[in-house]
Write a protein that binds this ligand. Structure first.
Ligand SMILES: *Cc1c(COP(=O)(O)O)cnc(C)c1O
Length: 401
């Protein structure tokens, strides 16, 4: 007979609801009542405030981070015959965009502590066809940019950063968004700053200017102005571009979120400190690291299970948390395990052994500014309860519980 499960709380704690306040709602209503609802003055202001916040030379607001990564590749003229090195530990869209331009994605395994791309593996993956490196700042922790930039310099490669998780993060005192050639941020509903859907590309003004034209059908000169009082009916199409522009409704949300960002980040750090304190001494668990030279954006709190200390696997651990009313997630199922990439490139799970091993033991716990102290306590209690119940008795019981 098994003991009944302690549900910990009466309502389900969702993994990551968006942090929208009355202020964003009012800003959207204000935009909807104005004469301009798509790309316009608020988008322009959001771009300049965002660039100023990071210290980036220029920024382009888009309808997603995926659009930003795609435009980055097109802007740098990457295409068929080219190879782009990226990480298997990412969301599929970082790799899809490489496929979209007709280039070949080349995966390089990750570092065991930060789970970001390993510069040693990147160096090994270079061929005469390599044109760019695309690091992903996994969970908000910067990839090790100094050796990556050095490799890029030696081989004449571009560096395109997937910073979907990395607002705001710093590497050796430098903000992510000011380091590589082009950097793409995501404002998807679950990200540190949200516009429901949205993204931002940062980089040198010449690159951002070309990306801007490509983001709006390839139309030259501030095409969005053509409907205002000073606008002109005349425009020229100079490239076959895309429809990737951000609306002023989204920018209105983004402007408020940018003001709230320092407070929201402060709360993320408080929660991370509580989790680390609660889980740090439990043998069955490994808490996430933040390297001394880096400041993580703490987009995700990725807890790793020491599976030899437990009698259950990761899937069961997630299920045990779910029945205790705690929502979790997994970031990510590595790229090389997905049928499309596995079959196209003939990948085996062990081709990227660190990504494969770590994937099997990681869980993302709820981490967002809307969590109350009681919510955080509930997560801690649920995790401790699952560990206590399924601890492998071959090991002496941890006295830290
Ligand atoms: C969310 C995410 C993306 C995609 O962002 P969108 O804004 O939804 O396009 C890309 N890369 C990573 C690592 C992500 O987590």
């Amino acid at each position: 007979m098994t003991e009944p499960v302690n549900r910990v709380r009466s309502t389900f704690l969702p993994f990551s609801p968006p942090a929208i306040s009355e202020e964003e709602i009012a800003a959207v209503a204000d935009t909807l009542r104005s004469a301009w609802i798509t790309t316009g003055p608020k988008t322009k202001r959001f771009e300049s405030e965002f660039a100023q916040y990071l210290g980036a030379p220029a920024a382009l607001a888009l309808n997603s981070c995926t659009a930003g990564l795609h435009l980055a590749l097109v802007t740098l003229d990457l295409g068929p015959g080219d190879e782009v090195i990226t990480t298997p530990m990412t969301f599929c869209s970082s790799v899809h965009v490489i496929e979209h331009v007709g280039a070949r994605p080349v995966l390089a395994d990750i570092e065991p502590d930060t789970l970001t791309i390993d510069p040693t593996r990147v160096a090994e993956a270079i061929t005469p066809r390599t044109r760019a490196i695309m690091p992903v700042h996994y969970a908000g922790h910067p990839a090790d940019m100094a050796p990556l930039l050095e490799i890029a310099r030696q081989h004449g490669l571009y560096v395109i950063e997937d910073a979907a998780h990395a607002l705001p993060a710093s590497y050796r005192g430098q903000r992510i968004g000011t380091i590589g050639d082009l950097t793409a941020f995501s404002f998807y509903a679950t990200k540190n700053l949200t516009t429901a859907e949205g993204g931002m590309l940062t980089g040198a003004p010449e690159l951002i200017d070309r990306a801007r034209i490509l983001s709006l059908h390839g139309m030259s000169r501030d095409a969005w102005k053509r409907y205002d009082a000073n606008g002109s009916w005349y425009y020229e199409v100079v490239e076959a571009g895309w429809k990737y522009n951000m609306t002023d409704i989204q920018a209105a949300i983004g402007l408020v979120q940018l003001q709230r960002l320092p407070t929201m980040q402060q709360r993320r750090r408080e929660i991370v400190a509580r989790y680390n304190e609660a889980f740090g001494l439990i043998d069955a668990l490994q808490t996430p690291t933040e390297r001394p030279d880096s400041e993580s954006a703490w987009h995700l709190y990725v807890l790793r299970l020491n599976l030899d200390r437990l009698t259950i696997d990761r899937a069961r651990f997630i299920e045990e948390l779910r029945v205790r009313n705690i929502g979790t997630s997994v970031h990510f199922i590595p790229i090389h395990l997905h049928p499309y990439y596995r079959d196209k490139y003939g990948f085996q799970p062990e081709d990227f052994p660190v990504a494969y091993r770590e994937y099997q033991r990681l869980i993302s716990l709820p981490l967002h500014p809307g969590l109350s102290d009681e919510d955080v306590q509930d997560v801690i209690a649920a995790v401790k309860d699952v560990v206590a119940r399924y601890q492998n008795q071959r090991y002496p019981l941890s006295d830290s519980m």
